[in-house]
Each structure stands twice: as structure tokens, then as C-alpha cells.
Design a binder for this molecule. Sequence first.
Ligand code: ADP
Length: 320
Amino acid sequence: DVVVVGSYVQDHIWRLDRFPQPGETRRAAAFHTGPGGKGFNQAVACLRQGVASAFIGALGDDALGAVAQRFAADEQLPCRWQIHAERSTATSGIFVDRDGAPMNVVQLDANEALTPDFVHAQEDLFAGAKLLLLQLENDIAATRAALQAATRHGLLRLMNPAPVRAEFDADLLALCDLITPNETEFAQLLAQIAGVHVEAGSLASCDDAQLHALARRLGALTVVLTLGARGCFVSHADGERRGDTAVCYRLAPERVEAIDATGAGDAFSGALAAAIVRGQGRPFRAAVQHANRVAALSTERAGTAPVMPRYEDVERRFGA
Ligand code: ADP
């Protein structure tokens, strides 16, 4: 039901009391390595909500690529991998300090070599799906190919615009139905697409009407702005009403014992895609609430794809 076209990255995550200064060596309290990458994390998050999902991505012909394929097989996530002999499977180095905020370095490698032709060759997946979920960690031509295929087959197109890159322009944005930026990405998109300059840090002091007005500068699409430990904000196109939900509203954060926010945004976008597909006909707000819950739960455990919450975890914690 959901096709994810995105990145695969082998994460290396160190937890430490505070980040090192340049030239300083610090000892980490814990280390963890495992499968990640925004696209793959989101595919796993979506699948674990009980919704049929498939992933299209790229790997090197190497040991980390084999790790990826083994994890996907164990997870029963159907994948179409473009294997590049001349590239390496992507890696990241992530530091998480006592506040749970990640500092992230990524080498995208094979993901940058995903080709439009390979995406087009997976047309059969698009033909049977309801929703396409995307991020911006692949070559933009492959991203464009995915959006075009989804448009041809009438899929809902959900873009998590992360990380924002210069080639992501108004034309590509116009091919999306729904975007899920965090505050940094929202500020970058406003500058890049609408020429509106706001500090990401100043968004925290904006009221709903101000956020809605800003979101509308990005065009007619629905914007779900994630606000980290402050929950999220939804802005629909003016005049559009969905069931009993208003044009814009905010959802408070769920109360959790957050220790590591790495991958929270991925949990959010993956779970939102799943909830939209699962809940067709139900108010959109219910889907966003589910995503807000899954993302909050994901912060209670260190790591990304391997610790994505399952539908049953959410039910157990918050009720149905
Ligand atoms: P990203 O990981 O992309 O930077 P955010 O930091 O905005 O994204 O977090 C995504 C979502 O994760 C939030 O909208 C919220 O639902 C959830 N979340 C993150 N941190 C917390 C927290 N400390 N408590 C509760 N929910 C959280």
C-alpha cells in the first residue's frame, strides 16, 4: 500500500554527556550500530504499523549492504535494491548528548547513485500502491522520477523534505500533496521556495495563525510541521475542511521519557503514511495523532530502524 523511495545508511551512534569541542577527545557512555537512513527508517516505521510497505533504495556491493539485506529480510520488508559495485553503502556518525539531541554526519554514497531508470523499472510497485513516501537523501533526479511515477498512478505523495537541498524547487514541491518538515527544514523551505526569511528558532514563539500564514506561503499543499518536544502543527489549504478538523491546529506532545530523538522525525513520517492509508475516511487529525504517538515512543530507545515502535506498542501505551 505504501512505497518508500529513499536512503539506506548504516548508523553509528555514540551516547555521551556532552559533545566534544574541536580537538577534544571524549569517552562515550554507549555505542550502537544498526540499519538506518531516513528512507529505510520510515519504511520500517510504516511497516511496523501493520501496513504493507515496500522500499526502493541503493547499496554498495559490500558487507554493510549485506547487513541491510539481511535486516530487511528478517523484518519482512520487500525491497528493490540498486546495487552499485563502484559505491559504498552509506554510513553516518551520530553523537547524542544528555539532552537527547543528535549531532549527525552522513556520507550518502550509494544513495546519491540511485537512478531515475531504476525507479521507473519498479513501476509495478507504484501501480498497486496508495501512497508514495519520500525524503531528500537521494539524487534529485531519482526523487523526481518517483514523484512522476506516483502522479501517473494517482498515489498520494508524502514528502519528508529532509535534508532540504538546493535542487528541491517549487516545481518538485508542487508534485507533493503533503510535507512533514521539522522547524529547520520549514525555515529553509520558506527561504528557498517563497523567499520568506524566518529563524528556525523563532518559530517556537509563533502562534497558530502565524504558522498557518507561513505554511500557506509554500502553496496549496498540507503542511505537517514537527516541533520536536513541543509536538506538531497541521496546516491545510485555506477553505479546505477534512471531516471535523479545522484548517489548522496543533497537537501537544505525548508525555514520554525521551532519551534519544534520533529518528523521531522518521518515526513520525512513516507512521503518518501508514495511518493515512489505514484510516482512509477517518479524520486526518487521527492519523497525525497516531504519528505524534509513534514518534514520541521512538525517543524512549536509542537507535533508529531496529527500535521503531510497533502498532501494538502504541495501543498498549495510549489505548486504541
Ligand atoms: P526530526 O527528528 O525530523 O528533527 P522533530 O525533532 O520535530 O523531528 O520530532 C518529530 C516528532 O517526534 C515530533 O513532532 C513529536 O511528535 C516527536 N517528539 C520528538 N521529541 C519528543 C519528545 N521529547 N517528547 C514527545 N514527542 C517528541
